[in-house]
Write a protein that binds this ligand. Structure first.
Ligand code: FAD
Length: 483
């Protein structure tokens, strides 16, 4: 039986473990931390429960495919619910807008809160984004790239031209909807990738479509149920998962993976090694020197987090809420061009207890706050955190005496989790770090693979699940199924 060591129990490592264990490989996963799930973490404190990273589950297809391939019924492991409205938006001018994937309700909301004149543009935008999404995902996203030639087949070039994929998202959204609030609403989703909508290509409108077209889902019990469910299946298939075990080095002999060395010094032999650590960290710290270790990756921005136990109801908040800066374009300039913490930041809040009442004590709220901030190459979020918290208190309307605790997570904590330069969303999705240009799941060493958000196809839970598919496909393509 071929043995596989997986370095890291993020969702990418776990999905690979489940797929390979199901195919009959002997799989062992080593996780440095005390908890599985990586960025899809969970915090419990004083009767409150928080998801610490992702809160929005979109594009269900890769998750459904994972369960199908593992011969499991998704509903036996996860109770997924559509969150509708997807989120409440607080614009800087005081407009409060509920965004929904329900087209009829969205049309009404736009006509009532923005202008009836914008409805036709919204409908055309959704139609065009839907067409692009369904063409682009199979052609560019769920795809093995072995060389640049895989990016320029006549079919792909046809799509590039037909959908003008390389045009600018911000400018083009502005051609469908004229109101600046709608322009923000239909392009800010690139910030989930740590990318400015003003710098993003039109192709990243797939994110807008995922959210506004397909909707936002949530596994009851919290996002952390996702890695837990996948870990459970991996274990049912025979994989072993070890916590608090950091891998210090991936051993390479004669150009191929030979095993790993744990921080304790113990050496484990393996036929195949899959690394779920962030790519720049993997090349710089775990693998022998290669040109990949010298590559200058542009990193995404990071996230300053506040997990707040709040002892009074916040009735105006939904499960998901987005607060736009009073000057969104200045916010983007400060964050992405000047590498500074915006003077009036946009931010996002989540109250999972709207859907899971047990996540906070009765009458209380588990308020999760995410503020996009520079990674460690920019202004220090530890110093700015009190000032940013004041903005959150003011805009959400919190009463200080009701704040039971505030637990803070800065880019330094993301860095401690192994994310290069503390970039919470991994390497950025610039043109030269996307599709075939993004680090391949295949390292230059035989039998040694990378899986996760900084590899192909990219950041986010669905993309990371696809990267696990790409790795499993390569492994099975070479050695076949064992079971
Ligand atoms: C604040 C925040 C909000 C987000 N929101 C969303 C969202 O709403 N929706 C969405 O789809 N995505 C979201 N994302 C992105 C999503 O979390 C990631 O794309 C995804 O979880 C990445 O998974 P991964 O498997 O690549 O890596 P990680 O989750 O980073 O897991 C890697 C694991 O490897 C371990 N590891 C690293 N090095 C070693 C070593 N040497 N030895 C042993 N173990 C090691 C780490 O401890 C970690 O557990 C968000 C991310 C953040 C940070």
């Amino acid at each position: 039986m071929k043995t596989v060591v997986i370095v890291g129990a993020g969702i990418g490592g776990l999905a690979t473990a489940a797929r390979l264990a199901k195919a009959g490989y002997e799989v062992a996963v080593f996780e440095a931390r005390a908890q599985i799930g990586g960025r899809i973490g969970e915090l419990r404190r004083d009767g409150y429960r928080f998801d610490t990273g992702p809160t929005l589950l979109m594009m269900l297809e890769p998750l459904e495919r994972l369960f199908q391939d593992l011969h499991r019924r998704l509903e036996d492991y996860l109770d997924l619910t559509l969150i509708d409205p997807s989120y409440r938006v607080y614009f800087g001018d005081g407009t409060v807008f509920d965004s929904t994937p329900n087209i009829a309700r969205m049309v009404r909301e736009i006509a009532r809160k923005i202008s009836p004149d914008e409805v036709a543009g919204y409908l055309r935008l959704m139609a065009d984004l839907s067409g692009m999404y369904h063409a682009v995902v199979p052609a560019f996203v769920r795809k093995q790239y072995d060389s640049l030639a895989d990016l320029f087949s006549p079919y792909q070039v046809g799509l590039l031209v037909r959908h003008r994929l390389l045009s600018n998202l911000w400018r083009r959204v502005g051609q469908y909807v004229r109101d600046p609030r709608l322009r923000m609403l239909f392009s800010f989703q690139t910030m989930y990738l740590g990318l400015s909508p003003k710098e993003a290509l039109w192709v990243f409108g797939v994110l807008t479509y995922m959210e506004s077209g397909e909707g936002v889902w949530y596994p009851r019990g919290g996002m952390h149920r996702l890695p837990e469910a996948i870990a459970q299946i991996a274990q049912e298939e025979g994989a072993r998962i070890y916590l608090n075990q950091r891998i210090a080095e991936v051993l390479i002999e004669e150009g191929r993976a030979a095993g790993v060395r744990l921080e304790s010094g113990e050496v484990l032999k393996a036929d195949i090694v899959v690394i779920n650590a962030d790519v720049p960290t993997a090349y710089r710290e775990l693998l022998p020197p290669t040109p990949h270790a010298q590559r200058h990756y542009k990193n995404s921005c990071s996230a300053l987090m506040f997990y707040i136990g709040y002892t009074a109801p916040l009735p105006h908040q939904l499960h998901h809420n987005v607060y736009f800066s009073r000057d969104f374009e200045a916010n983007l300039r400060e964050l992405f061009e000047q590498n500074r913490i915006p003077s009036d930041p946009s931010f996002y809040t989540c109250l999972s207890n709207r859907t899971d009442p047990d996540d906070a004590p009765t009458g209380c709220e588990n308020l999760y706050v995410l503020v996009p901030v520079p990674n460690l190459t920019g202004e220090d979020a530890r110093i700015a955190a009190p000032r940013v918290l004041e903005t959150v208190i003011e805009r959400v309307g919190l009463q200080r005496e009701r704040i039971q605790f505030v637990q803070t997570c800065t880019p330094h904590e993301w860095h401690a989790m192994g994310l290069w330069q503390g970039a919470a969303f991994g390497i950025a999705h610039t043109f030269f770090q996307s599709t075939a240009f993004r680090p391949s799941v295949q390292t230059p060493f035989r039998n040694c693979y990378l899986v996760g958000a900084s590899t192909q196809p990219g950041n986010g839970i669905p993309m990371t699940l696809i990267s696990a598919e790409l790795v499993a496909e390569r492994v099975l393509g070479r050695w076949g199924r064992k079971a």
